[in-house]
Design a protein around this ligand. Structure first.
Ligand code: AP5
Length: 218
């Protein structure tokens, strides 16, 4: 049976880190709205150019653009058995967009997992983050450094700092999360599909907790 999961949480909670690990464990694709936007930015597409001004300011890209992009991604063959949604939905309009998409596919959400991390930890994590240019593998200068500085352990590509990881932009992104995305927690709680996971543990322990949550839901 298809399995659709959402990882919900503030910037820096570890959604991308955990989505990649879960994707390997559960054999489901990671669908990251942020990664797809960054691919478009890199490729210089029209969508990337439209998204750039919002991403650089730490604001959300408009719902119609974001929902259309995820609709296109979820219609691809590798998503028919499910997907791990990382960073989508983030507004009530996106919640409705996702419900419509899944209903059209005859599917539903299995669980929305809220990855909880204290605010001061988020800033430390994001301002030290390094990302690999080729595949988006995620590192941290202090918490998860690469073996060779500036080089991805997995594919040997260059590591870079995201433009939106400057402290000023990080603070804006956290505020946007509080205003526009945090209300989704209560929404999904009322629907009975919200699960909380402690994201402030070491990476491996967060993954173990996530897998145990998913197995209980299966
Ligand atoms: P996006 O790329 O989705 O950014 P985000 O949600 O702000 O999340 P992050 O990627 O910053 O953090 P994360 O939770 O994935 O943490 P990570 O695993 O990397 O979005 C970027 C922009 O795109 C948005 O601002 C917006 O403009 C636009 N956008 C995206 N989706 C959108 C949508 N749906 N609607 C509208 N606009 C949208 O980890 C962070 C760091 O912490 C890393 O260095 C990692 O190594 C470290 N770390 C992770 N886990 C641990 C741990 N357990 N212990 C110690 N360190 C850890």
């Amino acid at each position: 049976m298809a399995s659709y999961l959402v990882l919900l949480g503030p910037p820096g909670a570890g959604k991308g880190t955990q989505a990649k690990r879960l994707s390997r464990e559960l054999h489901l694709p990671q669908v990251s709205s942020g990664d797809i936007f960054r691919e478009h930015l890199e490729a210089g597409t029209e969508l990337g150019e439209a998204a750039r001004e919002y991403i650089d300011r730490g604001q959300l890209v408009p719902d119609d653009v974001t929902v259309a992009m995820i609709r296109e991604r979820l219609s691809q063959p590798d998503c028919t058995q499910g997907a791990i949604l990382d960073g989508f939905p983030r507004t009530m309009a996106q919640v409705e967009g996702l419900d419509d998409m899944l209903a059209e596919m005859g599917a539903s959400l299995d669980a929305v997992i809220h990855v909880q991390v204290p605010l001061e930890e988020l800033i430390r994590r994001l301002t030290g983050r390094l990302v690999c240019r080729a595949e988006g593998h995620i590192y941290h200068r202090d918490f998860n450094p690469p073996e060779e500085p500036g080089i991805c352990d997995i594919d040997g590509s260059e590591l870079y700092t995201r433009d939106d990881d400057k402290e000023e932009t990080v603070r804006k992104r956290i505020n946007v999360y509080k205003e526009q995305t945090a209300p989704l927690i209560e929404h999904y709680e009322q629907r009975g599909i919200l699960v909380r996971v402690n994201g402030a543990q070491p990476v491996e322990e967060v993954t173990e907790e996530l897998i145990s949550v998913v197995q209980k839901k299966a």
